[in-house]
Design a protein around this ligand. Structure first.
Ligand code: LHQ
Length: 267
């Protein structure tokens, strides 16, 4: 679709989704949020896709919610009533975030420029976050009178601890990608010119691994965060039991014993 706000391209088993509103730094419109979720759902249903990369067109990754979108735009005339932002979260952000966290394959964010507000938290919700040196992360919510959304309230303290999460969100300062790596917020900061190729190489590498187990690792981490130790151990037994019957485990163990490269096929 030429006027799509989310572009898709395939390289082998890797699907790349590009947020495509470069003149507005790829700020999320209602249309883009729906197209992004639909693209992720299509990837989840397509057994040929074994890894997804998400990036932005132009100089930004995503500037968060488009504040001029009719769904939330404030009225400028006396008597204009505010819109219900919670309704937009419920209808668009919540299903998108849940879809991302339930993806049956690894998802890489290739953050090519500024990631602000919900754009930052969407990127940080991906499994591995690569960022170009000129990229930055801004928890822009407080400056416009909101709290961190798109999973940020859950994710940020878990990623960097309460003190740093509060620093990032209360102050809302621009965090350069290199510092984001140092504080453990993201996986890796790279020279801008290397980002796209590095993201593809990482995605190709992941696509050759048993992606079923990789996706379930993310789900096990997420669920274990809410469990006591013994319950987490029992969850490990249950998930491991299921994976033990998978073709990928049979293949992985056999390939090791037969001293050959494994070929994984499960999804
Ligand atoms: C934008 C935006 C934008 C529209 C840049 N909207 N046009 C909130 C409400 C409802 C429901 C769900 O959840 C949320 C969560 C959120 O995401 S709240 C946070 C929303 N985002 C922001 O507050 C960030 C606003 N943007 C900025 O502070 C700056 O644009 C940053 C720091 C991201 C980049 O600054 P610059 O590099 O100096 O670029 P710029 O400001 O010149 O922006 C370029 C263009 O993009 C410009 O348009 P123009 O026509 O003047 O060239 C901006 O108006 C437009 N743009 N962000 N969120």
């Amino acid at each position: 679709m030429p006027d799509s706000q989310v572009l898709t391209s395939r390289q082998g088993a890797v699907l790349t989704l590009t947020l495509n509103r470069p003149t507005a730094l790829n700020a999320f419109t209602t249309v883009m949020l729906v197209q992004l979720r639909e693209a992720l759902e299509a990837a989840a249903a397509d057994k040929q896709v074994r890894c997804v990369v998400i990036t932005g067109a132009g100089r930004g990754f995503c500037a968060g919610q488009d504040l001029s979108d009719p769904a939330i735009k404030p009225g400028f005339e006396p008597g204009d009533l505010p819109k219900d932002i919670g309704a937009l979260l419920d209808s668009c952000y919540l299903p998108l975030a849940l879809c991302l966290r339930a993806m049956p394959v690894p998802v890489i964010a290739a953050v090519n420029g500024v990631a602000a507000g919900a754009g930052a938290n969407f990127a940080l919700s991906c499994d591995l976050v690569l960022a170009g040196q000129s990229a930055s992360f801004i928890q822009a919510f407080g400056k416009i009178g909101l709290i961190p959304d798109c999973g940020g309230s859950w994710l940020l303290p878990r990623l960097v601890g309460r003190a740093r999460a509060l620093q990032l969100t209360l102050l809302g300062d621009k965090l350069p990608a290199a510092e984001a790596q140092t504080m453990g917020l993201i996986y890796r900061c790279l020279p801008d010119a290397e980002l796209a190729e590095a993201a593809q190489a990482l995605a190709q590498r992941l696509s050759l691994l048993p992606v079923l187990a990789l996706a379930q690792t993310r789900q096990a981490f997420d669920a274990a965060g809410l469990m006591d130790y013994e319950t987490a151990l029992k969850q490990e037994s249950l998930l491991q039991s299921r994976l033990g019957f998978s073709a990928d485990f049979q293949e992985g163990a056999a390939a090791f014993l037969q001293k050959r490269a494994a070929v994984f096929t499960d999804r």
